[in-house]
Design a protein around this ligand. Structure first.
Ligand code: GLC
Length: 419
């Protein structure tokens, strides 16, 4: 009798302990392409393995909108969010609100690109684990290049000419809504990424490694002039309001010859419901003339834990799971998200699913970072000044020379004495 009683007691205590240890976490998932679906599925897998519960919070599509939402949550020191997906340009912005993951990572960060780990490390603290890497690339219609006797363009000048030729031809054949080139021209972070690519492709910079504002250069003027010549000519006027998903929608519906986008658009363009399945090629973004370089902006997302989380240990464990090799490989094979582990760029299954992934390794190593490390917490203002200038130039409200000069003035004002 006593033994039975003891057993019941022991079971009761074990259950009570388990429920005390089982945490309910909230994770914020981004929602571009299939990002939300995979974030939710992988969080649920982790919950099933550990006995914890995960609630999913959807973030808006635009990195800029996400930033303001997260800033509000952090300003309120809200414990409502445990794990979050942060943009590669945010570690400096959120440095005071994120948990140092070093005590939890057991060195796992060593398997990821050192440059990304360095980006995520602020004042010796590992503020986030790499989730995915991104780099801008050029998508093109293989079938249309063939039809018009063209090669994939290697300079922006060639892109302009090819886009024009295909657009004219397709329109003459009855596709009135066909466009040569689509990209991200809306006033938000994505436009800063595009503008940095244009400027870098002509050899220019926004802010140099030492923090000097170097944007007012002939390279910037050339790049802005070039971009201003696109809307209404080879790009729809509506591109001024396009983010990633808008550009992808047009391209995937077969209504554009070229698109600038991130790797995630690859697997979706090959999906059963894609009008361009089997017709898409990818190439490095064009150079700014024969002297210029192929420049891709470095993008990407990282998993972080809020300092205000009531369950730091469980949250860090979820982050380690989400950034693990297993998940990175699955996301690469099924959804063409670029891994942050160099080793996966040699993986047979990853390469079979994404023919461009082997070249992506080089592109990744040479990608141009936005000046977020040097400008730290001021980066969002820097980027806003860049995208506003680029938007004004694209819309024809501001000339390229005035744009470069105005941007220089704004950046110097933001910096004042130092970043
Ligand atoms: C992609 C990139 C991210 C960038 C954003 C801009 O999500 O990974 O770094 O800020 O696009 O729209």
């Amino acid at each position: 009798m006593k033994a039975w009683h003891d057993l019941v007691g022991a079971v009761g205590i074990a259950a009570a302990l388990a429920s005390a240890q089982a945490a309910t976490l909230t994770i914020s998932c981004t929602s571009v392409g299939v990002d939300f679906e995979t974030c939710k599925r992988h969080s649920a897998q982790w919950a099933a393995r550990t006995g914890h519960t995960v609630k999913v919070f959807t973030l808006p599509n635009s990195s800029t909108d996400m930033l303001s939402l997260l800033r509000q949550m952090f300003a309120a020191r809200s414990s409502g969010l445990d794990v979050l997906n942060i943009d590669v340009v945010w570690p400096g912005v959120f440095k005071d609100h994120l948990l140092d993951l070093k005590p939890y990572s057991k060195g796992a960060e060593k398997d990821h690109f050192p440059a990304i780990v360095a980006n995520n490390t602020v004042a010796g603290k590992l503020l986030a684990m790499p989730n995915m890497a991104d780099a801008g690339m050029l998508y093109y219609r293989k079938d249309l290049l063939r039809k018009y006797g063209l090669q994939p363009p290697t300079t922006w000048q060639e892109l302009h000419a090819a886009a024009r030729k295909i657009q004219d031809g397709e329109r003459a054949a009855g596709a009135a809504d066909f466009h040569g080139f689509v990209f991200q021209g809306k006033a938000y972070e994505g436009l800063s990424c595009n503008a940095l690519e244009w400027i870098s492709s002509f050899g220019g910079q926004i802010v140099d490694a030492g923090g000097q504002v170097t944007v007012n250069s002939p390279a910037t003027v050339q790049a802005l002039k070039m971009a201003a010549s696109w809307p209404g000519h080879i790009a729809p006027k509506g591109v001024l309001n396009y983010a990633e998903e808008d550009a992808r929608g047009v391209f995937q519906n077969g209504k554009a010859a070229f698109m600038r986008n991130w790797p995630y658009a690859w697997s979706l363009s090959q999906g059963a419901d894609s009008a361009v399945k089997g017709k898409v090629g990818v190439a490095p973004l064009p150079r700014g003339g024969s002297e210029g370089r192929h420049a891709a902006t470095l993008g990407g997302w990282q998993w972080a834990v809020s300092k205000y989380s009531k369950h730091p240990e469980a949250a860090a464990d979820l982050v380690m799971y989400l950034s693990s090799r297993e998940i990175q490989k699955e996301r690469a094979v099924k959804h063409s998200f670029n891994p942050t582990m160099p080793e996966l760029y040699k993986d047979k299954e990853v390469l079979a699913a994404n023919p461009f992934m082997a070249e992506m390794y080089e592109v990744m190593l040479n990608a141009v970072p936005r000046p977020s490390a040097v400008t730290g917490a001021r980066y969002p203002e820097v980027s806003q000044a860049l995208w506003n200038t680029a938007h004004d130039v694209l819309s024809g409200r501001l000339g390229a020379e005035d744009g470069a000069r105005r941007l220089e003035g704004r950046l110097k004002r933001i910096r004042r004495t130092r970043w």
